[in-house]
Design a protein around this ligand. Sequence first.
Ligand SMILES: [Zn+2]
Length: 142
Amino acid sequence: MADVSGKPVPVPTRETRPYWEGCRRGELMIQRCAACGQFQFFPRLYCSRCMSERVAWVTSAGRAEVLSFTIVRRPVSPAFAAEVPYVVALVRLDEGPTMMTNIVGCAPERVAIGMPVEVVFERWTEAISIPKFRPQISPIAE
Ligand SMILES: [Zn+2]
C-alpha cells in the first residue's frame, strides 16, 4: 500500500460509495442516465443533462485521452514531497466524461495532449484505491 500519511484520503459518501467500491475492485465506475443515455462523472444523485434520478452505475472501459495536463514540481504539502515531479491531467474517457487524475508509468516529459491512456489503481488503504492513468499499451506494437 502507498504511504498516505498526511494525504487527503477520500471518504465515501452516499453518492460516491459505489465508485470507491469499484476502485477497490479495480473497476472504474461511472454513471449512465437511464432516461437520456448520458454518461457522467463525477457521481451525482441525478443526471446533469436531463435531471432524471434514474442514474445507473456502469463499468467504464477505463480508456481515455489526455485533454490537458501540468507537471507539478513543487509539492502542495510535505506529504507529496517524495512524488514530485508528477503529472496532474484532465482526461476524457472513451464514454465521454472527463476526470482529473494523475498520469503515471512514464516520465512526465513524455506526457502529451491527445495521448491515449488507461486506468490503473493505486491502493491507499484497505478501502480506498485511487484511479490513475498510464500510457495505453498497444497490443499491435508489441
Ligand atoms: Zn439524463
